[in-house]
Design a protein around this ligand. Structure first.
Ligand code: KG4
Ligand code: ZN
Length: 336
């Protein structure tokens, strides 16, 4: 079964063709990073316009690269939630149009569930139940996953998402957008023990997250309590590398601690990580160490499948289709 998946929930326009929920036949990703960089973050109106301008060309490319005909496609999948409403609407409208034009089923996919599914694209024997951690620009959420399509929220961020914290700290340090990959690289040259930034564990047994205090701690460290100091007071690149490494370690400590706590609380048999921040080198290293400690598998998608892509969408849709979870043209985009 060939499914064409569409992802436009934030600032990547992506279309993929996946066979039987596993084999990626094509996965075209157009990142809008360059368009948003001058603004230091995603500008919803620019994102929406860019999706609109590129979506048809990207659908075309995904089909061409897959070396198939439109009539070979058995179903259309699309992320309809959560995300930026204008961005979601472009993907949803394109998907409905294709579904109607070719008279094939339409499948609505939850963006965070798709991030978790990125692991299933590369591994076919994941032991369930699993605890799944999605760490992206917009979300930091822990799920109890019973199977590919069944996920119950255990905890989430009460303020900033992990990726958002990386992006905002990068902005404070003058490192540009998106901040995650730059901090990841710089942190390799820094000492993660230099600055004891705060770790917010919240109340006992809480599986929620909070990163805004950490972001503010970095702001005060860099600019002083009155926030008036200029960045030039950072003596050199070593300072920035140390701050990056210390900040990154604080984020990862909390993510690892809460994920392992959730695993123990729910007697899960594996951990699945997904979302853009799952591409982080130190996070991947730390979770591998944990995997040895707890003697359970921890799965993390290869880097290109961590950030937004449509292969994870088309892949998950296969299982939803098998379970009869099909939408119709009344399906709506839902930002939350
Ligand atoms: O999943 P994603 O592509 O989009 C959303 O659904 O939000 O995640 C994007 C986020 C951005 O905040 C970006 O800075 C972060 O993922 N990110 C990273 C790394 N690569 C991307 N954060 C830390 N380390 C990385 N290597
Ligand atoms: Zn995402």
């Amino acid at each position: 079964m060939l499914i064409l998946g569409i992802e436009t929930s934030c600032d990547e326009t992506s279309v993929a063709i996946v066979r039987n929920g596993r084999e990626i036949v094509s996965n075209v990703i157009f990142s809008q990073d360059k368009l948003h960089r001058p603004f230091g973050g995603v500008v919803p109106e620019i994102a929406c316009r860019a999706h609109l301008e590129s979506i048809i060309g990207i659908i075309d490319r995904a089909i061409t690269e897959a070396e198939i005909k439109c009539t070979d496609i058995d179903a259309i999948a699309v992320v309809n939630s959560p995300g930026l409403i204008g961005s979601l609407l472009i993907g949803v409208t394109a998907a409905k149009t294709l579904s109607m034009a070719f008279n094939i089923p339409l499948i609505a996919v939850h963006h965070l569930h798709a991030h978790i599914y990125a692991n299933n694209l590369e591994h076919d024997t994941i032991p369930y139940p699993a605890v799944s951690l999605v760490v992206s620009g917009g979300h930091t959420t822990l799920f109890l996953s019973e199977r590919e399509t069944q996920h119950v929220v255990l905890g989430e961020t009460i303020d900033d998402a992990a990726g958002e914290a990386f992006d905002k700290v990068a902005k404070i340090l003058g490192l540009g957008y998106p901040g995650g990959p730059v901090i990841d690289q710089l942190a390799k040259q820094g000492n993660r023990k230099t600055i004891p930034f705060p770790r917010a564990y919240l109340e006992k047994d809480s599986l929620d997250f909070s990163f805004s205090g950490l972001k503010t701690a970095v702001l005060y460290y860099v600019k002083g309590q009155d926030r008036n100091r200029t960045q030039s007071t950072l003596k050199n690149i070593t300072d920035i590398a140390d701050i990056s490494a210390s900040f990154q370690e604080a984020v990862i400590d909390v993510l690892v601690h809460k994920t392992v706590a959730a695993l123990k609380m729910h007697h899960a048999r594996s951990i699945l990580i997904g979302g853009g921040v799952a591409a982080n080198s130190r996070l991947r290293e730390k979770f591998q160490e944990i995997s040895h400690e707890i003697r359970l598998p921890v799965y993390c998608p290869s880097r290109e499948l961590c950030t937004d892509n449509a292969a994870m969408v088309a892949g998950l849709a296969y299982w939803k289709y098998s379970e009869g979870d099909i939408s119709d043209l009344h399906m709506e985009a839902n930002p939350s």
